[in-house]
Ligand binder design. Structure first.
Ligand code: PEP
Ligand code: CO
Length: 456
């Protein structure tokens, strides 16, 4: 750890040294004075998470790296201000809890839950502008920057949104912490976090059987140990978001008394996407000076030199749990690209936690132009990921999914065999298609099944 810090200091990093580098995917604010004023206000506001939580998560990521834990990272592609409400938040927690229970039980190891929430408000876009009927306006970059409506006022980046994003993240996190502390996640009260759909689902019998088995195991443990598990274990959640908007990230990155280094206190687990991961770019510059455990998304365009450069820049001290590589290759490419990347990492001796995102490489459009993902492709990429890591002697430490606790119809397939024509029934996302709760639970069961088949 010490070694890591020293090497970082030797690189002459400053909290704003990223501003000397090219920064991709940033909003262009018409009023710079207003932006600076807002950033000052943000920098004076309390942080959202603490360095203790961040350091605990880094230890958990190190365990996942060694195969002692499994990471479940999931949530919306993008949160929006409107859906910062109690039912969306509780349903999201419920589905993550249920999935983690299936995984803990089936994999026989603790699960680290990381939500794409309380700050997932910035989105990378393939183009800076969007043109409709001859009118060109800035692209929608997430609620932290502008609004989706296609008119000039909505699409003009507004710095005040940074404060609203911070406030909504705080409200979300406050509610999550309250629910967790209040016993909502207690294993003794599955009725709190059961989703009502379970009774009507094709998977109902399997899920209820599992809940019964878990209940029996808990009671058994309490009898033999004489300790009430409810007092021992409380399901914790960590937060994550794509750390895209560097002014926002900078304003929430702080030095904490008696703790060395800088921590990004806007989230526990920031990640950078491949679109902003150039070696000489602003995002890598910023994050090499920040102590959080962090993710890097990698797709088919990632090559050896780039990857080695990233690991050297972001983890010069080779700290366990610091870097997580989230691979998102797509069902057609994973077999061609992933094995080489794994062997380059192995040869380098760099410690890395591997997570599979089977969503982002599998986005397609239906004949009618609706953005969707097929469950069978998501499943297949994930299963291939387990096989490839096993064949390479590497460890797949977790999954990264886009999902919701709502009953949406955005991805096709799954136990209810949703078809393209069903997508319109409840298609809500403004960005990427998400697994609905049923598809998400089904995928957890399939993960367990796959892991068990590899062990026998
Ligand atoms: C995302 O996670 O929502 C995302 C945009 O992913 P990627 O950068 O991997 O495409
Ligand atoms: Co997405």
């Amino acid at each position: 750890m010490q070694q890591g810090l020293k090497s970082q200091q030797a690189f002459d990093w400053r909290i704003d040294s990223w501003q000397d580098k090219p920064a991709r995917q940033q909003a262009s604010y018409p009023d710079q004075h207003q932006l600076l004023d807002v950033l000052q206000q943000l920098a004076d506001l309390p942080p959202l998470v603490t360095s203790w939580e961040i350091n605990t998560l880094r230890n958990e990521m190190a365990m996942a790296q060694r195969g002692e834990r499994f990471v479940l990272q999931g949530g919306d592609c993008s949160e929006n201000f409107q859906e910062c409400n109690s039912s969306v938040i509780t349903n999201r927690l419920k589905v993550l809890l249920q999935m983690s229970l299936i995984l803990t039980h089936g994999l026989q190891m603790p699960v680290t839950r990381i939500g794409r929430f309380a700050g997932q408000y910035a989105k990378p876009r393939s183009s800076d502008v969007e043109t409709r009927d001859g009118v060109t306006l800035p692209s929608y970059r997430g609620d932290i920057v502008n609004a989706t409506d296609f008119d000039e006022q909505s699409r003009t980046p507004d710095p005040r949104r940074l404060l609203r994003a911070h406030a909504r993240s705080a409200m979300t996190l406050n509610f999550v912490r309250g629910l967790v502390d209040g016993g909502f996640t207690s294993l003794h009260h599955p009725e709190y976090w059961n989703l009502s759909w379970v009774e009507h689902s094709p998977l109902a019998e399997r899920f209820q059987q599992l809940t019964r088995e878990i209940g029996q195991s808990i009671r058994f443990m309490e009898i033999v140990s004489g300790i009430q598990t409810g007092k021992l274990r409380r399901a914790d959640f960590y937060t994550a978001h794509e750390a895209l908007h560097l002014h926002y990230e900078q304003a929430l990155t702080r030095q904490v008394p008696r703790v060395e280094g800088w921590h990004n206190l806007s989230t526990h687990f920031p990640w950078i996407g491949m679109r902003t991961a150039e070696l000489d770019g602003a995002h890598v510059e910023f994050f090499r000076g920040v102590r959080n455990p962090m993710g890097i998304k990698i797709g088919p365009g990632m090559d050896k030199d780039w990857l080695m450069g990233l690991l050297e820049a972001l983890n010069p001290g080779r700290e366990d749990g610091r870097v997580t590589l989230i691979h998102r290759m797509g069902v057609k490419h994973i077999a061609d690209y992933l094995p080489q990347l794994i062997s380059h990492v192995q040869a380098s001796g760099q410690p890395v936690t591997w997570i599979c995102d089977p969503m982002h490489g599998n986005t397609e459009s239906t004949a009618e132009g609706i953005k969707t993902r097929r469950f069978e492709n998501i499943q297949s990429e994930l299963e291939q990921a387990f096989d490839i890591h096993a064949a390479c002697g590497s460890i797949l430490g977790g999954v990264h999914l886009e999902l919701t606790g709502e009953n949406v119809t955005e991805c096709t397939g799954g136990a209810r065999a949703l078809k393209d024509v069903d997508l319109k029934k409840a298609y809500k996302t403004t960005v990427d298609p998400r697994l609905n709760y049923e598809q998400a639970l089904e995928l957890s069961m399939l993960i367990v099944h796959k892991r068990q088949s590899l062990q026998t």
